[in-house]
Design a protein around this ligand. Sequence first.
Ligand code: PSV
Ligand code: MN
Length: 388
Amino acid sequence: MTTFADIAPVLERQAIELPSWAFGNSGTRFKVFGTAGTPRTAEEKIADAATVNDYTGLAPSVALHIPWDLVDDFSELRSHAEGLGVSLGTINSNTFQDDRYKFGSLAHSDRSVRQEAIDHHFRCIDVMDATGSRDLKIWLADGSNYPGQDSLRSRQDHLAESLAAIYDRLGDDQRLVLEYKFFEPAFYHTDVPDWGTSFAQVSALGPKAYTCLDTGHHAPGTNIEFIVMQLLRLGKLGSFDFNSRFYADDDLIVGAADPFQLFRILFEVVNGGGLDPDSPVAFMLDQCHNVEDKIPGQIRSVLNVQEMTARALLVDRVALTAAQEQHDVLGANGILMDAFYTDVRPALAEWRAARGLPADPMAAYLASGHQRKLAEERVGGKQLSWSA
Ligand code: PSV
Ligand code: MN
């Protein structure tokens, strides 16, 4: 039997990075709705991320997207964050919103466009030097829409060359994580569509390059936990972008669409040492809150990850191994399901209270009046959204 006391030390070190863009307005191609109190500056986004951490104790860092979060002085932004009790985390590059990248960026057929994209990543590394960030996250919109439009093979070779140039620029303590996505915005082929391609590319680079797994970037029915197991086994799972999907890359609250899938993923994370103290795995959210308030949306998200982590840790592994060895199919499955169905919320509430955190962070935030205060204070200026 594994008890809550047994798993507490792991919960203690759990950290989930928040995306700055979760606090801006977002939407679909049909409409972006504004919300009162939405940040107008990178500083305000960081303040909102710090609020999530204040209520949960789970989110000590915030990821930036460049150029969405471009400021004149990143050292100042770093001090601002640290003053609020959070650090600046992953730097996300962006080569998907500029006209020059219409036919791709790091995999483009034209050398000069590739160089511009490489230079953008060099600037991101400069930002990392100022913010103290460890990870450069690369997600590419590169791909094509029609068979024959471009050479799949040459683009892959260009990509390898571009990534090598970026990798060479990394400092000793910096890492590159390469995210994959099977489609969108390109619809015929994507240059980094799957974990295998990301793995092949990062393996060619060296030990400071890893794969980033965004839970929304797989075809329906994909066994994501198998990929998690494999990447951990290969030592190349660098980070997660957590979110939920019903249909495409929905970017909804993690654990909202399929809590059982999140449990299965975290079960493999635990098995593969992803929560060990020296683990290379960074846990991040990549979400947008189109119709719900953003701060409580992020609070709900990190709590969902914590709850499923606790359940995954509670699996009776001794009993499970014994059942597996005896080929006790239903017994083994039952042991896993027992942990999944355990309501850890009362124990987590107590655990929080013992640490001076609100027992119920959602209720405490709603009762605090903070959301109303932000709406009153943040008048004028231009609310930020999913763009620079
Ligand atoms: C692409 O869909 C993606 O998952 C990448 O991580 C981007 O940086 C992010 O979404 C923007 O929300
Ligand atoms: Mn992502």
